[in-house]
Design a protein around this ligand. Structure first.
Ligand SMILES: [Zn+2]
Ligand SMILES: [Zn+2]
Ligand SMILES: [Zn+2]
Length: 342
């Protein structure tokens, strides 16, 4: 792409937002300092961890001696199911608008083992994690007032994860949150305009273009999106048009587990250190209407830039203007691709 020599901006087709790319600021294809961080090894069981089996949590409850995955309501939940419906628009000018937001926040432990991560867990255990996600999405999404179920994992202290025990959070909300709402609109508009699914078309185009693919298998494609903001951001996309994990069948559940493990372990090889990230699945809204436009996918947003300790901050122009990146998504993909095969 000729553009790659000059500062340019790229459109995020999923959200309609733009990102500024400044490739001239990197003189060589890869000038990252590959610094290894001293690996701190975690114990299999930590008596002071509030997520380990049998331990007491800060709220007072005690975890059962769980053997596989374990889900519980967050003791300090950001949302509560039983808030009364209330909408305000003070003085009716649309300037002071608010509304109550009923919801449910759960925590899900991936494993009883304190020291494992998605990159080190055995694939069959990750498969159990995926199956629990399916159950949770189904159960919460069926609740009459729940319109969106967000499953996400924060990994590493840099991303604010307060506990290294492998776990994720599940927030179910009465409203469709900002990001999925934008993606919903873009996918809907694309379907109406082209009579085709946005992400089916996008994944197909990327597979043909090859330059941004990290790896792909029969069931999933993993790529650095054309519009990536974070240096090593990736998008995981199902090959088949499915709206959520509920529609995964046959080998797709196993394949998703392996694909997630491969992404996490590829990341760990970038700086030879556990790679922090926020990841999450974007599945069809659970607002009890059909979502023919929605294509199941996951985003991984790692903050690291040039080493295991130097992170990207969204400040200055990015905070006031638009996000910006130096290394192009193509160069990031090339780097990840080389590490993906192990
Ligand atoms: Zn633990
Ligand atoms: Zn699709
Ligand atoms: Zn998304």
């Amino acid at each position: 792409m000729k553009l790659n020599k000059n500062p340019h901006r790229r459109l995020n087709a999923l959200t309609g937002e733009w990102v500024l790319v400044s490739p001239h600021r990197t003189t060589r294809p890869w000038q990252g300092e590959v610094a290894s961080q001293a690996k701190t090894s975690e114990p299999e069981y930590d008596p002071s961890c509030y997520l380990c089996p049998g331990n007491a949590r800060a709220g007072g409850a005690r975890n059962p001696a769980y053997q596989s995955t374990f889900v519980f309501e967050n003791d300090f939940a950001a949302l509560k199911p039983d808030v009364p419906a209330e909408q305000v628009d003070v003085e009716g000018k649309g300037l002071l608008v608010a509304g109550t937001e009923p919801g449910i926040c759960r925590v899900m432990c991936f494993s009883p083992r304190h020291d494992l991560t998605l990159s080190t867990m055995p694939p069959e255990e990750i498969e159990r994690v995926v199956k629990t996600w399916v159950e949770q999405y189904r159960e919460l999404g069926t609740l009459e007032y729940i319109r969106h179920v967000q499953i996400f994992e924060n990994r590493g202290a840099m991303m604010g994860a307060s506990n290294p025990h492998p776990h994720c959070q599940i927030w179910a909300t009465a409203s469709i949150p900002e990001v999925p709402a934008k993606e919903l609109l873009s996918q809907k508009t694309y379907l109406e305009t082209h009579r085709r699914c946005l992400l089916c078309d996008y994944a197909e185009l990327e597979v043909r273009q090859k330059v941004r693919i990290v790896f792909a298998n029969e069931e999933f494609v993993v790529l650095v999106p054309f519009w990536a903001v974070w240096p090593f951001e990736v998008l995981l996309c199902s090959r088949r048009h499915v709206a959520s994990m509920l529609e995964l069948e046959g080998d797709e559940v196993r394949s998703l587990s392996q694909t997630l493990k491969q992404i996490a372990s590829t990341y760990d090889r970038v700086f030879n250190a556990p790679f922090p990230y926020s990841m999450g699945f974007h599945q069809a809204a659970t607002d009890k209407t059909d979502h023919l436009e929605w294509h199941f996918h996951a985003h991984f947003y790692p903050p690291l830039l040039r080493s295991a300790t130097i992170r990207k901050f969204m400040v200055g122009f990015e905070m006031l203007g638009t996000p910006q990146r130096d290394i192009t998504p193509e160069i990031a993909a090339e780097r990840l691709r080389a590490l993906a095969s192990g």
